[in-house]
Design a protein. Sequence first.
Length: 71
Amino acid sequence: MSETFSKAEVITGVARRASVTAEQKLLVVNETLQTGMSISYVARRHGLSPSLVFRWRRLMSEEALKAFKRN
């Protein structure tokens, strides 16, 4: 029988949210808008949750619609 090893990660302490500036959010969202780009791929490449990037896209889209409606 062969021996197998597995990797275990021990988490100590409290995890903190990373601070992401509005400029960084915009760069990530713009990257997802490029042809052929997957939102999940872009999110993971930046170490973010895909659901968070989906939320940023939705919020930015809603704000853009509000701006158009004001004019």
